[in-house]
Design a protein around this ligand. Structure first.
Ligand code: SAM
Length: 285
């Protein structure tokens, strides 16, 4: 039987092809096209609008770096806001922190949550059954404009700035996120491949610098997000992640009993050591 292939449609001149064992589910939702695919190389994968969102094989790298860098940098994270994140991977990692009392996940597409709970339980784990998690089905941009609550940490786990996610990459959105954060509040978001999508890091960094006193890129290599180093941004008005001493990072990681597959206290610092070509993307203009 000939091998079936899925070709990702994200980068113009670069195509990632994944050998497919089985198409588990396929649906056109109100917001996007959704596929759950069994891939030979990375296990089961969630694909939205023909772009790989997450795979069982390497999701731990992304979810741990998006979660533990901001939560360990924050002195005592209790209330966490997740924008997007319908696969439940970020919520899973956030709920590992005993200090966390309440998590609000604002996901625009309920069909993604349903499909991930059913077909990708390895990613969400018990997150959707944890009483600390509150799921709000709404556009994240609309939610932050109207919400009145306050949070210690906000994690924007959005797809790339296409389709319904475009509104999550504008300055007005970041201003409203900042409004919902308490004084020592921290925000983290993803900025795509630093090599194939350099504008995403540069543009998001400039927008965050208009809103927050501190904005710092960090990186990790995530096999299914092709294009070398993958970028993240950490932002805050008060918390400077590298001012948290190695001893404090160790103690907070131990207190949270975090035994991770990627994130370590050493990685917490190393991920901010940027190669010159990535540093150049956030150089003052
Ligand atoms: N890690 C992935 C990435 O880096 O591409 C993102 C994964 S997560 C599945 C992205 C989620 O954001 C999707 O479930 C999508 O439906 C949701 N989303 C897109 N636009 C949104 C919006 N405006 N408000 C809230 N959620 C949104």
């Amino acid at each position: 039987m000939p091998t079936r292939w899925f070709f990702e449609a994200l980068h113009g001149d670069v195509r990632q092809g994944l050998a497919i064992r089985r198409t588990v589910a396929r649906q056109r939702t109100r917001f996007q096209s959704m596929q759950i695919l069994d891939t030979a190389a990375y296990g089961r994968a969630l694909v939205l609008d023909r772009v790989v969102q997450t795979t069982e094989g390497d999701e731990f790298i992304y979810h741990e770096m998006m979660t533990h860098v901001p939560l360990i940098a924050h002195p005592q994270p209790r209330r966490v806001l997740i924008i997007g994140g319908g696969d439940g991977g970020i919520a899973r990692e956030v709920l590992r922190h005993p200090s966390v009392e309440q998590v609000t996940m604002v996901e625009i597409d309920p069909a993604v949550i349903r499909a991930c709970r059913r077909y990708l339980p390895k990613i969400c784990g018990r997150a959707f059954r944890d009483r600390r998690l509150r799921v709000v089905v709404d556009d994240g941009a609309r939610y932050v404009r109207t919400a009145k609550e306050s949070f210690d940490v906000a994690i924007v786990d959005s797809p790339d700035p296409i389709g319904p996610a475009t509104v999550l990459f504008v300055t007005a959105f970041y201003r409203h996120v900042a409004r919902l954060l308490r004084r020592s509040g921290v925000m983290a978001c993803q900025t795509g491949s630093t090599f194939l999508q350099p504008w995403e890091l540069t543009g998001t960094y400039r927008r965050l610098r208009r809103v927050f006193k501190i904005a710092m890129p960090y990186v990790a290599a995530i096999p299914t997000y092709v294009g070398g180093m993958f970028g993240f941004l950490f932002a805050s008005d008060q918390v400077q992640p590298l001012r948290v001493t190695p001893a404090q990072v160790e103690a907070r990681t131990r207190r949270a009993r975090l035994a991770c597959r990627y994130y370590t206290p050493a990685i917490h610092r190393a991920c901010f050591a940027l190669p010159a070509n990535v540093r150049a993307l956030v150089a003052p203009v």
